[in-house]
Design a protein around this ligand. Structure first.
Ligand code: SF4
Length: 392
């Protein structure tokens, strides 16, 4: 089964995600689908990706955002990247005005590479800086220095990208509020217009996860993490950044048009190992995570889909609530009821009142949305709200 057709076969706006699974080395905290494979595997990936795209050519997707993530898209040679972009434009229905996003690592940023990315049509760039402090970068196993990170931002800002975003990780063991404050202040000073801040997590199976299991490392406790998160809203908010999603902060006009699709139930197609897709109605599917298995399926002429799931109305209502409560825009409850036949306010009068009194949500007519304090505990907020069974 190759994913789902779009509703009624009619074309609908969608986002296209391309997973580039290659990295020069694997960071000790990373649990993404990545490999250090060299040029011959990259050539196979290029062919496989375009074969996979061809399988979706007549599925009714009309893409207005295209996002190259990874892995490290900037680790691809410029000519390979250009061929992939061109192949996708020829093989899929990509709007001429579509916005192209690319994730890059600081060590790959130079005047030539930046020119090549601009020539490919990328207008937004997200830089995997992770920290603006050499000691933290060494701890995170990153290959760049804080000086290279700063220089990469300067080069990108000078190259005319619409949006330059910087990724930071907080909650490193022993990190203090003043360390983190310094990072945020420096991010603002550098002049980027978007910042993503992720909490360091020790995932099972990663080197950090194994160190935790062996008692060699401890994740930061919840209370200090909450303090760092509150500080993030405070400092970036004071600099004019809106915390529009749990991990994402933007100056006006710089919200990520692609990532918003994931949070608002818009269709998206993911190509490449481990990529996920959603038809915007009730079906999602995902690819084999292992590059070898993804490639093997394509070599056999089969879609590299590992699994597919049909969501019930109750699941869709819950998911809409869960994703919406991670965003500053929140959830339109009248719309939720209209789409899924589920009423939220009636069965949750007391809990909504209590969450509002605790300053965790704000309420408007037919709207609930998390406050910055609520975003810090977004998953717990959703678990507290009851979604009634829905007659399918
Ligand atoms: S560069 Fe990014 S994707 Fe690659 S291993 Fe490190 S964290 Fe993972």
């Amino acid at each position: 089964m190759l994913g789902s057709d779009l509703q009624g076969g009619v074309s609908r706006r969608a986002g296209l995600y391309v997973h580039v699974p290659f990295c020069s080395s694997v960071c000790p905290y990373c649990d993404f689908a990545v490999t250090q494979a060299g040029e011959s595997r990259r050539a196979q990936w290029e062919r496989g990706l375009l074969d996979e795209a061809a399988m979706y050519a007549d599925r009714g997707f009309e893409f207005d955002t295209v996002y190259f993530g990874g892995g490290t898209p900037s680790a691809l040679k410029a000519d390979r990247l250009a061929r992939v972009v061109e192949g996708l434009q020829q093989g899929l229905w990509i709007d001429p005005g579509a916005r192209f996003f690319i994730e890059v690592n600081p060590e790959d940023v130079g005047h030539d590479s930046v020119r090549a990315w601009r020539d490919c049509g990328f207008s937004s760039v997200s830089v995997g800086v992770q920290s603006l402090d050499d000691e933290s970068l060494r701890f995170l196993g990153r290959r760049h220095t804080e000086e290279e990170a700063r220089r990469s931002i300067e080069v990108l800002l000078g190259a005319g990208f619409d949006t330059v975003s910087l990724d930071l990780i907080f909650g490193l063991p022993g990190q203090t509020c003043s360390d983190w404050e310094g990072q945020l202040v420096e991010a603002v000073r550098l002049g980027v217009n978007h910042v993503s801040c992720y909490q360091l997590t020790f995932h099972d199976g990663t080197i950090f996860g194994k160190h935790r299991d062996a008692g060699l490392m401890m994740e930061m406790g919840e209370a200090p993490q909450a303090d760092l998160y509150a500080m993030t809203h405070e400092i970036l908010g004071a600099a004019g950044f809106e915390g529009y999603e749990v991990s994402n902060f933007a100056l006006p006009g710089h919200r990520s048009a692609h990532n918003l699709k994931y949070w608002t139930g818009t269709p998206y197609l993911g190509l490449g190992p481990g990529a996920h897709s959603f038809d915007g109605v009730d079906t999602r599917w995902w690819n084999n995570r292992k590059v070898r298995l993804w490639q093997r399926d394509l070599d056999n002429g089969s879609p590299p889909v590992e699994g597919e799931e049909s969501l019930t109305k109750r699941q869709r209502a819950f998911e809409t609530l869960m994703l919406g409560m991670r965003t500053a825009d929140g959830v339109d409850l009248a719309e939720l009821e209209r789409r899924f036949g589920t009423e939220v306010i009636g069965p949750n009068v007391d809990i909504l009142h209590s969450l509002e009194a605790q300053g965790l949500i704000r309420r408007g007519e037919d709207l609930i949305a998390p406050t910055p304090q609520g975003m810090a505990v977004a998953d717990a907020l959703v678990r507290a709200i009851r979604i009634e069974e829905v007659v399918e």
